[in-house]
Design a protein. Structure first.
Length: 80
């Protein structure tokens, strides 16, 4: 069961990093409204560019922590 958790943790982190680095300026079927990139998608939802970068920085930081959690388990251990 630990292996499944590690694989899920890695998969989720890589998915987030893929969206924010590789697909940031690409059109996908998952974008809201008629948005063709991340900036337009945030505009569709009425959010500013500043908010987009704040959300992106938070998600990328947490995804990086998820990957680092393999070496430093305290980073990903649930609070007790």
């Amino acid at each position: 069961m630990r292996l499944v958790g590690k694989l899920a943790q890695t998969g989720a982190a890589l998915w987030i990093l893929n969206v924010w680095f590789y697909r940031f300026n690409k059109e996908t079927g998952y974008r809201g409204g008629s948005a063709t990139n991340m900036k337009e998608e945030f505009e569709v939802y009425g959010l500013s560019e500043k908010t987009m970068y704040a959300v992106g920085a938070t998600k990328v930081s947490l995804a990086t922590a998820m990957l680092a959690g393999h070496a430093v388990p305290k980073l990903v251990r649930p609070a007790s």
